[in-house]
Design a binder for this molecule. Structure first.
Ligand SMILES: Cc1cc2nc3c(=O)[nH]c(=O)nc-3n(C[C@H](O)[C@H](O)[C@H](O)COP(=O)(O)OP(=O)(O)OC[C@H]3O[C@@H](n4cnc5c(N)ncnc54)[C@H](O)[C@@H]3O)c2cc1C
Ligand code: FES
Ligand code: FES
Length: 486
């Protein structure tokens, strides 16, 4: 195994910072939020919810992409463990304004918020400014839809969102700022940091944090530490610590493993690396896989999607995870890897029960293979459109032969202990004419096929009603398209 690094290095306030966890007595799973707030000059970042819902803790992580272009990503600092920013630039609200001739010159984003009355009590404001900052660094004259998407992860309880949206629209005009001037310097500094590509191994006060920098190292570490909690974006796992106050004794953090961040397109399928963020997938799929794109549009917030990965969503095996029912509809496969090799299985066979998968302790999720099916449909029912977990979700696939159902998949989230297909309803419809009479009849089967639970999101009866109505919605929305595609 290559040399191990005990420290974490990143750029903050324009300078390289080295954190030696043993000397400074920080837990390796300290969040970036709590790390920043331990300094008197970084209290601008706020804790509202500590679970990724409010955006008050938003900071920006920056690093060059493969082409050398600096990418600025707004993320929730309450969900990131400090070692995850190793080799990156961390930008906080304190870095935006500049001092010149003893005067404070606000960053254009801050000035727009002032000019357009985008702030009242100010609690949410640092997070909102950081989200707009990341937006205007990545889009010139974005559409209103893009602006709204960039702000779905930020709640404001007093100002109302119109002035904030106006500020974001006004300022995203592609004008360079003082960050643009320093980009070359920052890139050089980051390249220096990255030149030492040693794996991170921190062991302190009953916690071990391992951050392999390659897939080979990750598998080696896993073979020695079967008991470690594997993380990628940590948007699911971090809540164990921030909300349930559990100590995570051992972590293998895959966030620096580049071999898991890929997308490979072939004529009839696409293979997506388990470590690619959902936001990267959204931009790389570029309108293809329409239903997948629709699902990502209502998946959490932009800040969460910048961190959350496809492997992580599947790894949770959550009954209300959004990708699973849809990937069932796509008939996706999953590739698993360990030191002895790879195995590929149907995603449906990988999910075994409530938050249970077929993953062996020695294995990692390597990738997901999605066939290019037509006629795939997704819908998510949740209390709020944005940044909410599904009450019921549906991923459907339908292929007709001369007007009759040849192939159908009706997969649901939120209806059972794990995402599940309505196999009896599928069997009833197979071979029948795809018309309103048969669909209405099938809805009766569907209502009886699941025994969902009642919980804080909804009662069991509502879930049953929602599931059957989703089938009708699918029929109504797609009937013209499907009959002409015959
Ligand atoms: C505010 C908020 C909103 C959310 N909204 C949604 C939503 O709308 N829809 C939804 O489905 N989910 C949602 N989530 C849940 C979460 O963001 C997703 O499940 C996300 O995709 C998890 O990815 P991750 O990389 O962060 O996983 P992590 O938290 O890093 O890991 C999750 C699980 O996957 C395992 N794992 C991760 N990578 C691998 C790998 N390569 N190999 C093996 N195991 C692995 C881990 O061991 C762990 O068990 C939300 C979470 C928050 C905090
Ligand atoms: S504190 Fe609310 S999103 Fe982080
Ligand atoms: S200005 Fe008060 S919460 Fe947004």
């Amino acid at each position: 195994m290559a040399a191990l690094q005990k420290t974490v290095r990143f750029i903050l306030d324009g300078k390289t910072v080295t954190v030696d966890f043993e000397k400074e007595r920080f837990s390796p799973t300290i969040t970036v939020l709590n790390y920043l707030r331990s300094f008197p000059n970084h209290k601008g970042v706020k804790e509202g919810c500590a679970e990724g819902d409010c955006g008050a803790c938003t900071v920006v992580m920056a690093e060059p992409d493969n082409s050398g272009k600096m990418i600025y990503r707004a993320v929730n600092s309450c969900l990131i463990f400090l070692p995850m920013i190793d080799g990156k630039q961390l930008i906080t609200i304190e870095n935006l304004a500049q001092k010149k001739d003893n005067k404070t010159i606000l960053h254009p984003v801050q000035q727009a918020m002032v000019d357009l009355n985008g702030s009242q009590c100010g609690f949410c404001t640092p997070g909102i400014v950081m989200s707009i900052f990341a937006l205007q660094k990545s889009h010139v004259n974005p559409s209103r839809e893009i602006v709204e998407d960039a702000l779905t992860g930020n709640l404001c309880r007093c100002t109302g969102y119109q002035p904030i949206l106006h500020a974001a629209l006004k300022v995203s005009n592609g004008q360079p700022d003082h960050f643009s001037e320093k980009e070359n310097f920052i890139k050089k500094e980051l390249a220096n940091l990255k030149s030492d590509h040693s794996d991170i191994f921190i062991n302190i006060e009953g916690q071990t944090y391992i951050q392999p920098k390659s897939l080979k190292s990750a598998l080696e570490f896993l073979s020695e530490h079967y008991d470690a909690m594997v993380i990628n974006g940590s948007t699911d796992v971090a809540l164990k610590q921030t909300k349930k106050f559990e100590l995570i004794p051992k972590v293998i953090d895959l966030s620096a493993v580049q071999e898991l961040k890929f997308i490979k397109e072939e004529d009839d399928q696409v293979e997506i690396g388990a470590g690619l963020s959902l936001e990267s997938i959204k931009s790389k799929l570029n309108g293809q896989f329409q239903a997948f794109h629709e699902m990502l549009k209502v998946f959490a917030s932009k800040q969460i999607r910048e961190l959350a990965t496809l492997g992580g969503n599947i790894g949770t095996a959550s009954p209300i995870g959004d990708t699973l029912p849809l990937l069932f509809a796509y008939d996706a496969k999953i590739k698993l890897i360990d030191q002895s090799g790879e195995r590929t299985l149907n995603l449906e066979d990988f999910i075994k029960g409530y938050r249970q998968t077929d993953l062996k302790p020695s294995e990692l999720i390597y990738s997901v293979i999605i066939p290019k099916h037509q006629n795939i449909w997704f819908h998510k029912i949740s209390k709020r459109k944005d940044l909410d977990i599904s009450t019921v979700s549906a991923g459907f696939r339908l292929n007709l032969d001369h007007g009759k159902v040849k192939d159908i998949c009706l997969a649901f989230g939120g209806m059972a202990a794990m995402p599940k297909r309505a196999k009896q309803t599928e069997a009833f419809l197979t071979g029948k004419v795809w018309n309103e009479t048969n669909v209405t009849e099938a809805m009766k089967f569907l209502k009886e096929e699941f025994q969902p639970i009642s919980d804080a999101r909804s009662g069991a009866e509502f879930r049953k009603l929602a599931a059957k109505n989703l089938l009708l919605k699918f029929f109504e929305e797609r009937k013209d398209e499907i009959s002409t595609a015959r």
